[in-house]
Design a binder for this molecule. Structure first.
Ligand code: GLU
Length: 305
């Protein structure tokens, strides 16, 4: 085995669909093609959006498609670890609602990222004090970003990324949870703890990366490498969703579609075979390359051929 450690990190907020699976295929093949290890991490901290049964169904769908992994973790079982990690970070509780943050914007900021001006810095002595000030809402933990904090990194797929986090984001949210058990903190802490050497995921998470790099550094660690892959979109150019028809893996299974047909479509969209035809995931290990993957989003047109 090489020293490469990759991970698949499904969220049970919905069913596994073509879009997730294409990204997982890239992540799995990237690891297997170099003899590396694959970690499966169920990211089930998003209550109440997590759907009962979705985690088990996702694992079952993934095995059916030909995925395997060497270690398996469930985030909801790791709360003490997140609590201990939170205690090592420059964090403070914040009670501002999204609307509060929006109305504090002095100038429009690019994209969907909201700039947070630090309203709750030094405002509360602890979480409980903040929680009682905003009950029944829940506060969030924010990471204290020093002025002049600029992050630069070279994404393995997307290339050079540079962001002045202090000017564009400010003190970013870590988790909306007393123990710090929320996506930004948990995913970062887990990637470090699990020895992940490279994160391969959808490019919708590119904006989450500079904060995750800052968290890693605050924990005294080097972040993993990052490799962000374009998403699958519908013919309207928007990311794959219900309006584009049913692309859930369980529905294709129920309709009698073979896993090789799904994998074959993915392989063709990634340039590993010249046109869509049935092929197994393991059969792609020798064909895998990042270089042939288009930099534009892939359009799902409703058929595997
Ligand atoms: N669980 C996240 C998702 O399904 C992925 C997180 C990550 O890859 O960092 O969107």
């Amino acid at each position: 085995m090489s020293s490469y450690v990759g991970r698949l990190a499904p969220s049970p907020t919905g069913a596994l669909h073509l879009g997730n699976v294409r990204t997982f295929a890239v992540a799995w093949l990237r690891a297997r093609a170099c003899g590396g290890k694959v970690i499966l991490r169920m990211e089930d901290l998003d209550h109440p959006r997590d759907k009962p049964g979705a985690a088990a169904q996702a694992l079952d769908d993934m095995r059916w498609l030909g995925f395997d992994w060497d270690e398996e973790y469930v985030q909801s079982e790791r709360r003490p670890f997140y609590r201990a990690t939170l205690a090592r970070l420059p964090a403070y509780p914040c009670i501002c609602s999204r609307r509060d943050v929006e109305s504090a914007q002095s100038a429009p900021h690019a994209g969907e990222q909201l700039f947070y001006p630090g309203t709750c810095r030094d405002r509360f002595a602890n979480w409980d004090e903040a929680a009682s000030a905003c009950a029944p809402r829940t506060p969030c933990w924010r990471f204290r970003v020093s002025p002049g904090t600029v992050i630069r990194f070279t994404d393995v797929f997307a290339g050079l990324v540079k962001q002045d986090v202090s000017a564009s984001l400010g003190d970013f949210p870590l988790a909306r949870d007393r123990d710090g058990a929320g996506y930004t903190l948990a995913a970062t802490a887990d990637d470090l703890a699990m020895g992940v050497t490279e994160v391969v995921r959808g490019d919708d998470l590119l904006p989450a990366t500079p904060p995750q790099i800052l968290i890693a550094r605050a924990l005294g660690r080097d972040p993993p490498a990052f490799c962000h892959i374009p998403l699958v979109v519908g013919p309207d150019g928007r990311r794959l969703a219900k309006r584009h028809g049913d692309t859930r893996i369980e529905s294709f299974r129920a309709a009698g579609v073979a896993p090789e047909a799904i994998i074959g479509w993915i392989a063709a969209t990634c340039g590993w075979i010249d046109k869509s035809r049935p092929i197994s995931l393991a059969g792609l290990i020798s064909r895998f390359s990042l270089e042939t993957i288009p930099h534009a989003a892939i359009v799902w047109r409703g058929s595997f051929t």
